[in-house]
Design a protein around this ligand. Structure first.
Ligand code: PLP
Length: 361
């Protein structure tokens, strides 16, 4: 078999090898059906069991109760920037947003088209190098909801625990750290995640919504934009992204087989510590770009002493099979995305590569 590279891309991103091999085996003829998942009706028996299992496995992974609906939608996390305010902002017609990066800003942009947006905290004037503290949040107890971004893919910062928001419904864009650890879903009114960072291919977005929130969806909304319609139709109001849901379902099974999210979290802590500890040990040759207490376990952002060296190391890394390391243009430097599927061995090998590069430069 062809050799695979170490893929550090931020998204679409690495998937578990076991999942790819399983999908490869089942691609031509799914379990003796004589056709692939892509070719069969979303209303048939086979796909019905695939989506039900994906729902059940996700519930197992996060201990999600019957109080919540799980939706598999399309339009990426970006469409959620619109769907969240369209469905949830009434009746208060105002919402609180915590701005910690590019994606939060995009969420704000759409929410402003629907109602009034209160920026309860922003770290933009520090180029988003940290997550705000609880005491910085100027929350409005009458807001329709509070929105935050749990992991900032571009900057490499991550919330260690969710913000305390009292009785106001909490909404989270968890696209780039969804299922990297167990969260207490009961603290949330809604969690959404585009699949292509941590749980599957691009094209599917998971929405976990507390059922009382569905009552906010107005009948006057465009049908696709209405959460209640999707919940009432089991994510099959229209043709869902069947192949994406199938792969996400395989990833959920992979996580369960790996021992669940506590095990995955342990592994993620180990991988991130290995890399950050090495970076911190180099007396500033490699230098993390964000405040230590805000560091992401998923996207490790760091710089070298100058841009020439950064260009050189990215090219050299590429030639040795470490791919996708160029940082986002708003941060520069390097970004090593080490999502759930990224192997421990890959991080170990990468640290050796960094050591070698440092000694030669
Ligand atoms: C990638 C990303 C998005 C955008 O996802 P799309 O699927 O391209 O719409 C939104 N939020 C976060 C945190 C992301 O990492």
């Amino acid at each position: 078999m062809e050799k695979r590279i170490y893929n550090f891309a931020a998204g679409p991103a690495i998937l578990p090898e076991e999942v790819l091999l399983e999908a490869q085996k089942e691609l031509y003829s799914y379990k003796g059906s004589g056709m692939s998942i892509m070719e069969m009706s979303h209303r048939g028996k086979i796909f019905d069991s695939i989506i039900k299992e994906a729902d059940a496995d996700l519930r197992k992974l996060l201990n999600i109760s019957d109080n919540y609906s799980i939706l598999f939608l399309q339009g990426g996390a970006t469409l959620q920037f619109s769907m969240v305010p369209l469905n949830l902002m009434l009746p208060a017609n105002k919402a609180d947003y915590i701005v910690t990066g590019t994606w939060s800003k995009k969420a704000v942009k759409e929410a402003k088209r629907v109602g009034s947006v209160n920026i309860v905290a922003s770290t933009e004037n520090e180029n988003f190098v940290r997550i705000p503290n609880q005491n910085e949040l100027k929350l409005d107890s009458t807001a329709a909801y509070v929105h935050f971004t749990s992991n900032n893919t571009v900057y490499g910062t991550e919330w260690k625990t969710e913000p305390e928001v009292g009785n106001v419904p909490l909404v989270c864009d968890a696209s780039s750290d969804f299922l990297h650890k167990k969260i207490d879903i009961n603290k949330y009114a809604l969690v959404y995640a585009g699949a292509q960072k941590n749980i599957g291919p691009a094209g599917v977005v998971v929405v976990i919504i507390r059922k009382d929130m569905l009552e906010r969806s107005s009948d006057s909304l465009h049908t696709y934009m209405n959460y209640k319609i999707h919940a009432d139709n089991g994510s099959m109001y229209n043709t869902p992204t069947t192949f994406g849901i199938y792969i996400a379902g395989l990833v959920f099974k992979w996580l369960l087989n790996m021992g669940g999210l506590d095990k995955m979290y342990e592994r993620n802590l180990y991988k991130a510590k290995l890399l950050y500890d090495y970076i911190d040990s180099t007396n500033g040759f490699y230098k993390g770009t964000v405040q230590r207490d805000s560091r992401s376990l998923m996207n490790v952002t760091f710089r070298l002493p100058n841009e020439e060296l950064e260009k050189k190391i990215i090219a050299e890394a590429e030639s040795k099979g470490f791919s996708g390391l160029k940082g986002h243009r708003s941060v520069g430097g390097l970004r090593a995305s080490i999502y759930n599927a990224f192997p421990v061995k890959g991080v170990e090998d990468f640290v050796e590569f960094l050591k070698d590069f440092k000694s030669k430069n």
